[in-house]
Design a binder for this molecule. Structure first.
Ligand SMILES: *[C@@H]1O[C@H](CO)[C@@H](O)[C@H](O)[C@H]1NC(C)=O
Ligand SMILES: *[C@@H]1O[C@H](CO)[C@@H](O)[C@H](O)[C@H]1NC(C)=O
Ligand SMILES: *[C@@H]1O[C@H](CO)[C@@H](O)[C@H](O)[C@H]1NC(C)=O
Ligand SMILES: *[C@@H]1O[C@H](CO)[C@@H](O)[C@H](O)[C@H]1NC(C)=O
Length: 498
């Protein structure tokens, strides 16, 4: 090698990292609330109108076998943001309440915290549901998000009786919590509005998200936008074929369209990875106003596939080839995948996720061999309720849930109490995705080796699972409920600001 070549190669090593540095990809993580496997047009729903999500599915990679880690909200979100089961972080049993003392522990590392050391701008818009706590210590601003606009928990965790949900003045329908403060809208750590105005919430979210994209792009700063939606704010009221749920979905879908437009207008469309999935299955108890799990069994609150298998899309023009993948994947895998794409350092803690880049970029095989199903209230006593290895799923325990009441299938209902299965129920999810036909019957001993294989995976997994202290079991304190007017009386009704 002559002197000239040496200089060139030294220059290349000096220059390349920086030029790659400025090419760090942007990330948009869209997380729908209570969305079932059968809810999108691209997943077969006949009357949903989701043209923007369907376009992402057509031009990106659509997953058929993607799972969340919990059939309810807070634990599922904790696992998505940390790449770790909720049992490790302590985000169980059930969900957080407005006055919860606990939250996602601050020593857990979120995707935002993984990206920040590389210079990412980070923002979250929408539903947090990982705690508020004393002095707002658990808000997203304390977990790596520079900017936050949203409701810190579920939109139905406050009295909604007299609130307008749909323009012009249609009152909210169904069950909301009473005896707590009305639902606040927060900007970073400040309450901006209480109660939040649902009819224009989606528009506020949309403006915030598109401005974050364009201002980050203008500064040529790589960005991470986490947008967990809740179906509220309904510019599409009455416009979809599918009633209220369809209207809300259509409104969310139009935000997705606005985000894509903002990426294109900012010239960063080709350098942005978009990932879409949902927290848990549909809330069937809301009847036609809830979601739909399609051909899967039951919905929210259960460890049947309808409770945890989610519509999922990965999109990156020019990088991800259009197609469909049947590989097993999980919300746990999002953090390791994003970290690998950005070249970020993984948190030095036991992670449960695997890198999905082979699936995304070469439609290759998953590094994940199994899906583990925890119930809403995981415990060391009962352990996993079900395990899927390859196409086979074994149920060790089954139980219905109030969230899945009302469909004709009794197994889904609250009155179907906990039932242990020994031998486990065994289903072939490729031949029988609806979990209708148990294979492990006495006249079919040929399935014993399959059960033994699944049992071995279960034993190995549970041996490595260390339960963190339950954050939800710390209970609630009414004085911790977010109140825009902290010294007012009588609480909670005086916590009102416009
Ligand atoms: C966070 O702190 C708690 C309490 O000290 C500890 O049990 C837990 O292992 C820590 N978690 C992580 C991810 O470091
Ligand atoms: C939120 O905090 C960020 C970072 O400190 C700041 O730039 C932004 O202006 C704040 N947003 C609001 C609405 O206060
Ligand atoms: C709803 O509004 C009516 C009339 O303003 C009031 O009398 C009633 O107490 C309110 N109900 C609740 C649950 O806030
Ligand atoms: C983005 O990628 C598409 C498809 O590969 C290509 O046609 C287009 O020219 C690219 N646009 C930019 C701005 O690079």
């Amino acid at each position: 090698m002559d002197y000239f070549m040496v200089v060139i190669s030294v220059l290349a090593t000096l220059i390349l990292p920086t030029s790659w540095g400025s090419q760090l990809p942007n990330f948009i993580l869209l997380f729908a609330d209570d969305l079932g496997f059968g809810d999108l047009g691209s997943y077969g729903h006949p009357s949903s109108e989701t043209p923007n999500l369907d376009k992402l599915a057509a031009e990106g990679l659509r997953f058929t076998d993607f799972y969340s880690t919990s059939p309810v909200c807070s634990p599922s979100r904790a696992a998505l943001l940390t790449g770790r089961y909720q049992t490790r972080s302590g985000v169980y049993p059930g969900v957080f309440y407005p006055g919860s003392r606990g939250g996602l522990p601050l020593n857990e590392t979120t995707i935002a915290e993984v990206l920040k050391p590389l210079g990412y701008a980070t923002a979250m818009v929408g539903k947090w549901h990982l705690g508020v706590g004393k002095d707002r210590m658990y808000l997203p601003t304390r977990q790596g998000f520079d900017h936050y606009l949203g409701v810190p928990y579920s939109h139905d965790q406050g009295p909604c009786h007299n609130l307008t949900c749909f323009p012009p003045n249609i009152k909210c329908f169904g069950y909301c919590d009473v005896g707590v403060v009305t639902v606040p809208l927060m900007a970073n750590e400040t309450i901006k509005q209480q109660p939040v105005s649902f009819p224009d919430l989606e528009e506020k979210y949309r403006d915030f998200a598109t401005q974050f994209i364009s201002s980050s792009a203008r500064r040529t700063q790589p960005f991470f936008l986490y947008y967990p939606s809740h179906y509220a704010g309904l510019g599409a009221a009455g416009r979809s074929l599918r009633g209220r749920f369809g209207d809300a979905l259509m409104e969310f879908d139009s935000t997705v369209g606005a985000l894509i437009q903002a990426l294109q207008d900012s010239g960063v469309h080709n350098n942005t990875f978009i990932f879409f999935t949902a927290d848990n299955g549909p809330e069937l108890m809301r009847r036609a106003r809830g979601g739909n799990s399609g051909l899967l069994k039951c919905g929210k609150g259960t460890t049947y596939d309808g409770g945890m298998r989610e519509p999922t899309i990965a999109y990156w023009p020019g990088r991800i080839r259009p197609g469909v993948t049947h590989e097993l994947s999980s919300t746990l895998d999002v953090l390791p995948t994003i970290a690998a794409m950005a070249g970020a350092t993984l948190p030095r803690v036991p992670l449960d996720g695997v890198d999905m880049r082979d699936i995304l970029f070469s439609h290759g095989p998953s590094k994940r061999k199994a899906i583990f199903y925890y119930p809403t209230d995981p415990s060391e006593k009962y352990g996993l309720f079900a395990v899927r290895v390859g196409k086979y799923k074994a149920h060790y325990y089954t139980r219905g849930a109030a969230h899945s009441d009302t469909t004709p299938d009794q197994d889904c209902h609250m009155i179907s109490f906990l039932k242990a299965h020994d031998p486990p129920l065994l289903f072939d999810l490729e031949a029988d995705p609806a979990e209708n036909y148990n294979l492990a019957t006495p006249d079919h001993p040929e399935y014993r080796p399959v059960l033994e294989l699944i049992e071995a995976q279960k034993v190995q997994f549970e041996r490595g699972m260390v339960f963190g202290q339950s954050q939800v079991a710390k209970g609630s304190d009414p004085t911790l409920q977010p109140c825009c007017n902290p010294d007012c009386t009588p609480k909670p009704t005086c916590c009102t600001c416009s």
